[in-house]
Design a protein around this ligand. Structure first.
Ligand code: ATP
Length: 373
C-alpha cells in the first residue's frame, strides 16, 4: 500500500540572520517529513533553532534557502494557502487580559473569514473539548495559567486547521496543568489534527510525542520515536554513588588526586574514590563508557542487571562502600548527550523541570562525551 503524502515536507530549509555582530545561522538546511496525525516534537536546548523552524513553517518568517510544502500548499508561493490550513500558538500566547474567553475565540474565527454563525458554533464546540466550559464569559486575566494556555490552543484550532504548531506549549505551567494539557494535545491526534510542537522538556517529548526531531545548532541531529532514539544507546547505565566520607583504603590518595587534577580536568571534577570506583568497575565488567559526576560514577554496560554483583564485589575488594547503586535504561538526555556531547538538562529551565535520572556531568575524557561503539 502506498504511504500517503506527508502533510509537511521541508527540504534544505534554512534561515540566517544578519546581526550587528555578524551572521547567525539559526537553521542550517533541514529536511523534514511529517505524516498526517503525528505528534512531532522539535526537541533541543535554548538557541537550537526550534522557534525559527516553527516560524518558517508557519509563514511568519521567510526562509533564506530551501523549500517546504504544508498541507499541499507551497510555503514560498502560497503562504495564504498555508495559513488557511494551519494554527499557530506562540510561546507567550496571544490573549489580552481583558478579552472574554468565548468572544475572543469567536473573533479569532472571524479573522479567518469564517461567518458569524459558524464562528460561534466552532468556538462553542471547542469549549468542552478543552475543558473551558463554564469559563466562556470570564476575562482572560481571571484564568489560571493552564486555562489560559487552553484558550490559546482554542484560538489556534477554531478555524479547524489540518496542522497546529505549538511553541513551548507547557512552558511555565505546573506539573498538573502540563499533564492535563498533554491529554488535550493527544485528543487532537484522534481528531486527525497533526501537531508540531517545540519543547526543551525531556519528559514532555518522551510522554507526548510520536516522533522527535532533535535539534542542535540549527540542524536535526536525530529523528525517530522516543523509544527508537533511546535504543540507539544500547546497554544500561549503572550509577555508583559513593560516600566520600568513608573512603579509607580506596587507593585514591590525596597526593595522587592532586597530581592528576593539575593535568587533567576530569580529575578536578571527581571526588575522592571516583577514580578507584571507575577502576573497580572496569576490572569487574566490560565497560563501554564512563561519566564521572561529583561523587557519582555512571558506567554504560551491556546488561545492567548482570553487572551489579561483579561491580559490588570489585568495589568491596577495593574498600569502597557505595551509598547507592542504581541501574537504568538510557534516557532521552543520554541520547542527546551522546549525539552532541552536551546535556539538555544543562539548560536552566530543564534543570528545574527535567525528569530525574539523566546524566548531567561533563565526560570523563573530553568530547565526544560518551563513545558508543
Ligand atoms: N531575529 C533574530 N535575529 C538574530 N538572531 C536570531 C533571531 N531569532 C533567532 N536568532 C538566533 O537564532 C538561533 C536560534 O534561535 P531560536 O529562537 O530558533 O532557538 P530555540 O531553539 O527556539 O530556542 P529557545 O528554546 O530558547 O526558544 C539563536 O542563536 C538565536 O539567538
Amino acid at each position: 500500500m502506498n504511504q500517503p503524502a506527508p502533510v509537511i515536507t521541508a527540504r534544505r530549509l534554512a534561515r540566517t540572520f544578519q546581526t550587528r555582530t555578524g551572521r547567525v545561522e539559526a537553521v542550517r538546511g533541514i529536511d523534514v517529513d511529517v505524516q498526517t496525525g503525528e505528534i512531532i516534537g522539535l526537541l533541543g536546548p535554548n538557541g537550537a533553532g526550534k522557534t525559527t523552524t516553527v516560524r518558517m513553517l508557519t509563514t511568519l518568517l521567510a526562509p533564506t534557502a530551501g523549500d517546504a510544502t504544508i498541507a499541499g500548499h507551497d510555503l514560498r508561493h502560497d503562504p495564504r494557502g498555508v495559513r488557511s490550513r494551519i494554527g499557530y500558538v506562540a510561546q507567550g500566547g496571544s490573549t489580552s487580559d481583558e478579552s472574554l474567553v468565548l468572544e475572543e475565540i469567536i473573533l479569532q474565527a472571524r479573522l479567518f473569514g469564517i461567518g458569524k454563525a459558524r464562528a460561534k458554533a466552532n468556538a462553542t464546540a471547542l469549549l468542552p473539548s478543552l475543558d473551558l466550559d463554564g469559563l466562556e464569559h470570564r476575562p482572560c486575566r481571571q484564568l489560571s495559567g493552564g486555562q489560559r494556555r487552553r484558550v490559546d490552543i482554542a484560538l489556534g484550532l477554531v478555524h479547524q486547521p489540518h496542522i497546529i504548531f505549538l511553541d513551548e506549549p507547557t512552558s511555565g505551567l505546573d506539573p498538573q496543568s502540563r499533564a492535563n494539557l498533554w491529554e488535550h494535545i493527544r485528543k487532537l491526534r484522534t481528531d486527525g489534527v497533526t501537531v508540531v510542537l517545540s519543547t526543551h522538556y525531556l519528559d514532555e517529548a518522551d510522554a507526548l510525542c510520536d516522533r522527535l526531531l532533535v535539534m542542535d545548532h540549527g540542524t536535526i541531529v536525530a529523528d525517530g520515536t522516543p523509544d527508537e532514539l533511546k535504543r540507539r544507546i544500547s546497554g544500561d547505565i549503572v550509577t555508583v554513588e559513593i560516600d566520600t566520607t568513608a573512603m579509607a583504603g580506596s587507593g585514591d590518595t590525596a597526593s595522587s588526586r592532586s597530581d592528576r587534577a593539575a593535568s587533567s580536568p576530569e580529575s578536578a571534577r571527581s571526588t575522592p574514590g571516583t577514580d578507584a570506583t571507575v577502576r573497580a568497575a572496569r576490572q569487574a565488567v566490560d565497560v563501554r563508557s564512563v561519566l564521572v559526576e561529583r561523587n557519582r560514577v555512571h558506567v554504560t554496560v551491556e546488561h545492567g542487571d548482570q553487572a551489579v554483583v561483579p561491580i559490588l564485589r570489585a568495589l568491596d575488594g577495593a574498600g569502597i562502600a557505595p551509598s547507592a547503586l542504581t541501574v537504568k535504561r538510557p534516557s532521552l538526555d543520554d541520547v542527546f548527550l551522546s549525539l552532541t556531547g552536551r546535556s539538555l538538562r544543562d539548560s536552566d529551565e530543564n534543570r528545574d523541570r527535567g525528569r530525574a535520572g539523566g546524566m548531567t556531568s561533563e565526560p570523563e575524557t573530553g568530547t565526544p562525551a560518551v563513545s558508543h561503539p
